[in-house]
Design a protein around this ligand. Structure first.
Ligand SMILES: Nc1ncnc2c1ncn2[C@@H]1O[C@H](COP(=O)(O)OP(=O)(O)OP(=O)(O)O)[C@@H](O)[C@H]1O
Ligand SMILES: [Mg+2]
Length: 362
């Protein structure tokens, strides 16, 4: 549906803000562009929309070379990061904008409007002007317009950023439901990894204009290609330690010992690297885990359904996360278990994922 070949962008003719992007987005796919502020997400989306010139490379939409097509020739709709609405037009006219030009008959327009206004909670605001709405309501009008247009491709730039947490949760599932129902192809920009994980069929992680990884959400979560992806995806952030192999196991941050119980040594190219362990991968007792780590609880936090415990790790603090309300007191000694499959290793210089034995898998 959308194909990018070696696409790059420079605004000033000198520095590249997007570099060498190769990508194929399938028909009906919910594709998420994820990355920190300034990494080039909006730029990439605006190049697909035809609002920014592509400096290098080729864009194909539905089999057609699209670099030089006008935005309106691309048969797509876009929800902007700052939800551009027409201030002099009512909510109703904003939502229906463009449908007359595309010769959608009045009755069909009314039907689409009725449905979408209800889903978006806008039914009572249809007569108002955008200036009389809250930021979150305006954002929903912009979304409603895009959905009403029923163009086969929707580009959305952080469309939920102005909503409160509860509404954001609801809208996440609504957008996903509508997308499936109408078979829309959506390219969705966000810096929120929870949105990316829960909505995307696939995620592309961008950093500094470079693609870090593309894959299905769980694949990216379970098999991050590098340290940047590993620490960007997941809450709390993956714990990372400076690690060194020793006879007994791994020395972490020059202080903690991750003791191997099997006596098996970790084989990696080089002796020093970064080791990553996700908070939920520490078990509550050494039990029969492959590795154990002794630590002292520094702070215990309960969210009701989860317990988070931090411990000093010789550098700062690392975090453990367990389901339920686990009775632990600050100062208590912990014996944490870690299985070999849950240990991630990264090159200290490049951040690239290292695998034991150099091959695939642990
Ligand atoms: N019109 C412009 N002229 C010059 N530089 C620009 C322009 N628009 C964006 N940039 C630069 O390009 C880079 C990427 O910007 P972009 O807006 O694509 O980031 P983003 O990932 O969408 O960030 P955010 O999450 O904050 O919206 C940034 O360094 C930004 O300063
Ligand atoms: Mg942006």
């Amino acid at each position: 549906m959308i194909r990018l070949e070696n696409v790059a962008k420079s605004y000033d003719g000198k520095t590249m803000v997007i570099q060498d992007i190769n990508l194929e987005i399938k028909k009906g796919e919910f594709f998420v562009l994820l990355g920190p502020s300034g990494c080039g997400k909006s730029t990439l989306l605006r190049m697909i929309a035809g609002l920014e010139k592509i400096t290098q490379g080729d864009l194909w939409i539905d089999g057609q070379h699209a670099n030089d097509l006008l935005p309106k020739e691309r048969n797509l709709s876009m929800v902007f990061q700052n939800y551009a609405l027409f201030p002099h037009m009512t909510v109703r006219d904003n939502i229906l904008f463009g449908l007359d030009a595309r010769k959608v008959d009045r009755q069909e327009q009314e039907e689409r409007l009725g449905k979408v206004a209800e889903i978006m909670g806008l039914a009572e605001y249809l007569g108002r002007k955008p200036g009389q709405l809250s930021g979150g309501q305006r954002q929903r009008v912009a979304l409603a317009r895009s959905i009403c247009s029923q163009t086969p491709i929707c580009l959305m730039d952080e469309p939920l950023s102005n909503l409160d947490a509860k509404l954001r949760g609801q809208m996440r599932s609504e957008i996903r439901r509508i997308q499936r129902m109408l078979g829309l192809t959506i390219v969705y920009v966000t810096h929120d990894q929870v949105e990316a994980m829960t909505m995307g069929d696939r995620i592309m992680v961008l950093n500094g204009g470079h693609v870090q990884q593309v894959g299905e959400p769980l694949e990216v979560y379970n098999n991050p290609e590098n340290l940047q992806v590993a620490t960007f995806i997941g809450m709390p952030q993956m714990n990372v330690f400076r690690a060194q192999t020793e006879e007994e196991g791994l020395r972490m941050n020059g202080s903690l010992l991750l003791r191997s119980r099997s006596g098996r040594t970790i084989r990696l190219p080089g002796q020093e690297f970064e080791a990553g362990i996700r908070a939920e991968h520490f078990s509550q007792t050494g039990g029969d885990a492959d590795y154990v780590l002794e630590a002292e609880a520094a702070m215990v936090e309960y969210t009701g359904d989860e317990t988070q415990i931090s411990f000093a790790d010789g550098q700062g603090y690392s975090v453990v996360k367990w389901p339920g309300q686990v009775p632990v007191r600050a100062g208590e000694k912990l014996e944490l278990g870690v299985d070999a499959e849950h240990l991630y290793f990264f090159d200290r210089e490049t951040g690239r994922r290292l695998r034991q034995g150099g091959g695939e898998g642990q």
